[in-house]
Design a protein around this ligand. Structure first.
Ligand code: IMP
Length: 205
């Protein structure tokens, strides 16, 4: 049964995609990728941009297994670019992959593409290691994002002005654990903002 599209947390505004819709979208993506990979036995490397793409990476790996792609290996690229609801300077890689990707089929997974700067940074970093094939996928793409080059696959397109949370996407570290994707409730975020903008006490050791 489809779950009710009702916010369960004060930070959640209107729910755009329920957990069921997200999983169905990811299953559709797995089928498209399976056709694109062909029938080889070579492992396919799934690389998630952290932290936001974590649930996407796990659910896509599971969906690929169900679709008949058993040789999947997963790794993570840690990139930082946002503070609160606004970009904060150039994206910066602060933790690299652990697996070699040279001459491999690599699927790069982003939670959301907005300006495309994070995607470009990750893409350039991976291409420098000469994968055989690099396929880019985003769970969400903002309408009017127009990354260059364009994404190979996106699961959902969201309105250009919506800041969203849930299913890996956060606001100041909150909301990643929500299983739906919703727009942020700005009234609640404004109340919480005071907490994040207050000066930090020095850590006592
Ligand atoms: P871009 O580099 O401008 O494409 O922004 C992409 C990155 O910004 C994503 O990997 C997210 O970390 C973050 N981001 C952009 N929009 C949102 C949002 O609506 N919610 C949460 N994070 C977002």
């Amino acid at each position: 049964m489809e779950k009710a599209m009702t916010p369960r947390h004060p930070l959640e505004g209107e729910i755009l995609y329920s957990a069921d819709q997200i999983l169905r979208g990811i299953e559709g993506l797995a089928k498209k990728l399976e056709r694109q990979f062909g029938r080889g036995q070579e492992p396919v490397c799934l690389v998630g941009v952290m932290m936001g793409a974590f649930p996407f990476l796990c659910d896509l790996a599971r969906a690929l297994l169900t679709t008949g792609v058993p040789n999947v290996v997963t790794d993570h690229l840690f990139i930082e670019s946002y503070v609160g609801t606004a970009p904060d300077g150039e994206p910066r890689i602060y933790r690299d992959l652990r697996m070699p990707i040279t001459d491999r089929t690599v699927v790069l997974l982003e939670d959301i593409v907005d300006t495309g700067a994070t995607l470009s940074c990750a893409r350039a970093h991976l291409l420098a290691q000469h994968p055989r094939q690099l396929i880019t996928c985003a769970l969400l793409e903002r309408r009017n994002a127009n990354p260059n080059p364009p994404l190979d696959h996106r699961v959902f397109v969201i309105p250009s002005d919506a800041f969203v949370i849930g299913y890996g996407l956060d606001w100041n570290g909150q909301g990643r654990e929500f299983d739906d994707i919703s727009v942020i409730n700005t009234d609640h975020a404004r109340v919480m903002e005071r907490f994040f903008s207050s000066p930090k006490e020095p850590a006592s050791v």
